[in-house]
Design a protein around this ligand. Structure first.
Ligand SMILES: *[C@@H]1O[C@H](CO)[C@@H](O)[C@H](O)[C@H]1NC(C)=O
Ligand SMILES: *[C@@H]1O[C@H](CO)[C@@H](O)[C@H](O)[C@H]1NC(C)=O
Ligand SMILES: *[C@@H]1O[C@H](CO)[C@@H](O)[C@H](O)[C@H]1NC(C)=O
Ligand SMILES: *[C@@H]1O[C@H](CO)[C@@H](O)[C@H](O)[C@H]1NC(C)=O
Ligand SMILES: *[C@@H]1O[C@H](CO)[C@@H](O)[C@H](O)[C@H]1NC(C)=O
Ligand SMILES: *[C@@H]1O[C@H](CO)[C@@H](O)[C@H](O)[C@H]1NC(C)=O
Ligand SMILES: *[C@@H]1O[C@H](CO)[C@@H](O)[C@H](O)[C@H]1NC(C)=O
Ligand SMILES: *[C@@H]1O[C@H](CO)[C@@H](O)[C@H](O)[C@H]1NC(C)=O
Ligand SMILES: *[C@@H]1O[C@H](CO)[C@@H](O)[C@H](O)[C@H]1NC(C)=O
Ligand SMILES: *[C@@H]1O[C@H](CO)[C@@H](O)[C@H](O)[C@H]1NC(C)=O
Ligand SMILES: *[C@@H]1O[C@H](CO)[C@@H](O)[C@H](O)[C@H]1NC(C)=O
Ligand SMILES: *[C@@H]1O[C@H](CO)[C@@H](O)[C@H](O)[C@H]1NC(C)=O
Length: 413
């Protein structure tokens, strides 16, 4: 590309930002766009958008400075053959009013994101130091435990992305869910560090590590996820998902669902392997969660009555340390907060689920709580090599409802 274009962009941004003479800039040199942070801490999003616009194809985009301020939403989708090098920190701004009013739609569960990102053949490298900092404490205090507060933005939505790799990126203090992956195929996310930890009494609620939707062939390798509620969670139409070599501190573990939240809508999760995962103080190891068959209220916090299936899911070679509640869990009881019952109504079919081998301990007398719906009992539930897990009591409870022909275990309740 013409180097003059780069100078033009720098000049143009300068002209546009006459009042903000220290605004972030882009310099361009052969197909390399370098983003320079503003000198006065003002919004760097316009310069970043300019870089992604100039270098949207067959290019490299480099963030070379230590700190960039993001005060407005970004949509950088439809990239092609782009390498992104993030060496510093992207710090999201504190104007809650702005973010709640301007989030870009996830188009699912009424949720929004601060950055929609995507394309084909993208390599996004953080070199183990490039960081997304969502300034989440502000959100944890503001939200004060309310579930799925409208307009609380997902840090990064990877959408319509194919044949791409995200590597060595750190995500700290996410505003809400750290990542959502939507309508994507063949994406590897490796060496990812996620830590959303509240320093106040307000919990870091809903700071999921990543949620997937309408995506196929997604690999999560070497993730470290920390935080009161973090997890990797595979939702509507997630297929051929591989989770490897991950470490979870706290949170719920690897989750399938929640799913079945939209009445009459057919959704699936199929072919999932999670292997070589360490769970430190998580509530479960691998966990499957569907809404009941009765719709109550509306998503994101209400719903139910969804159809479809989750099948061929394997949680193997897990190391457990002080898992708090139980190791294996299926529940088809999820419903609007405060509502109870309906546990036998879900028509969502759970089948062919394998836990084990696993070693380590659970801080209860319960190995598993497998609550399948009476309206769609679960066949093909298997334990393989789960006998070495230590429980805290003398018993090893496996509580079951509507588990058909359990394999490798006996239901004790
Ligand atoms: C352009 O790139 C070349 C080599 O990659 C480098 O030597 C030169 O300093 C760069 N120029 C600018 C203005 O960044
Ligand atoms: C994506 O980019 C291609 C060219 O690179 C263009 O033809 C297409 O219209 C763009 N799609 C959208 C949704 O912007
Ligand atoms: C926060 O954002 C709102 C809505 O965009 C805007 O009206 C307000 O001026 C901003 N506040 C500050 C302190 O920038
Ligand atoms: C991002 O921009 C593209 C192209 O303008 C548009 O099609 C898409 O809907 C936008 N995405 C979001 C999440 O706003
Ligand atoms: C959906 O989000 C909008 C704006 O973010 C909010 O006003 C509305 O209450 C939300 N709906 C539900 C059902 O939460
Ligand atoms: C795993 O990811 C961390 C960054 O979170 C990195 O420091 C480490 O080298 C990675 N391990 C391997 C085996 O790649
Ligand atoms: C997560 O972050 C908190 C502080 O925000 C820190 O104390 C803790 O050590 C971090 N956990 C990991 C596993 O890095
Ligand atoms: C993941 O954790 C969040 C809490 O932050 C929770 O709302 C969500 O339901 C969890 N996902 C699953 C599938 O358990
Ligand atoms: C999910 O995939 C199934 C096919 O496996 C398809 O029938 C269904 O329409 C998809 N669901 C949605 C909400 O797109
Ligand atoms: C189940 O999924 C795994 C990948 O997770 C795949 O290798 C295996 O072939 C699948 N089995 C069936 C019966 O589809
Ligand atoms: C699941 O894996 C099996 C075996 O590899 C394959 O035949 C099947 O098509 C996969 N299912 C989906 C939804 O990709
Ligand atoms: C598990 O909890 C016990 C008792 O509190 C503690 O001694 C041990 O260090 C914990 N193990 C790990 C790996 O955190």
């Amino acid at each position: 590309m013409d180097p003059f274009l780069g100078f033009f962009v720098v000049a143009a941004l300068g002209l546009l930002g006459i009042r903000v003479v220290h605004a972030g800039t882009v310099s361009m040199n052969d197909s390399i766009c370098t983003v320079h942070a503003s000198l006065d801490g003002s919004d760097d999003a316009p310069a970043i958008l300019a870089a992604f616009d100039l270098c949207r194809r067959d290019s490299v985009i480099s963030f070379v400075d230590d700190l960039y301020h993001i005060e407005s939403v970004m949509n950088t989708t439809n990239l092609s053959n782009v390498q992104v090098n993030l060496h510093g920190t992207l710090l999201w701004g504190t104007n809650i009013t702005y973010w709640r009013a301007n989030g870009l739609p996830l188009d699912y569960l009424n949720m929004t994101t601060a950055w929609a990102f995507g394309g084909d053949k993208i390599v996004f490298n953080g070199y183990d130091r490039g960081t997304f900092d969502g300034n989440g404490q502000l959100w944890y205090d503001f939200t004060n435990g309310v579930s799925n507060l409208p307009g609380r933005p997902i840090s990064l939505m990877i959408t319509d992305t194919t044949r791409s790799v995200f590597s060595g990126i750190r995500f700290v203090q996410s505003q809400f869910w750290t990542m959502a992956i939507k309508s994507s195929d063949d994406v590897l996310l490796e060496n990812i560090y996620v830590n959303s930890t509240s320093s106040s009494r307000a919990p870091a609620r809903n700071t999921d590590g990543v949620d997937t939707f309408f995506s196929n062939q997604i690999t999560f390798r070497n993730w470290t996820v920390t935080g009161g509620d973090d997890n990797i969670s595979l939702k509507a139409n997630s297929t051929n998902i591989l989770i490897q070599d991950c470490v979870f501190h706290g949170g719920l573990g690897v989750a399938i669902g929640s799913i079945g939240q939209y009445p009459g809508v057919f959704e699936t999760v199929e072919n999932v392997t999670a292997e070589r995962v360490s769970c430190f103080g998580t509530r479960y190891s691998g966990y499957i969660k569907t809404w009941t068959g009765i719709q109550q209220n509306f998503p994101p916090n209400g719903g139910g009555g969804g159809l479809g299936y989750a099948k061929n899911i394997t949680f193997r070679d897990f190391t457990l340390a002080n898992v708090t509640d139980e190791v294996a869990r299926i529940t088809q009881c999820t419903s609007f907060s405060g509502a109870t019952g309906g546990c036998d109504t879900s028509l969502f079919q759970v089948s062919d689920i394998t836990w084990g081998p696993m070693t380590g301990n659970v801080l209860s007398d319960t190995i598993a709580q497998l609550q399948c719906s009476g309206a769609s009992p679960c066949p093909g539930v298997r334990f393989v090599g789960m006998d070495d897990i230590a429980t805290s009591g003398s018993s090893r409870r496996v509580a079951c409802s509507h588990v058909v022909d359990p394999s490798g275990f006996n239901c004790t309740v």
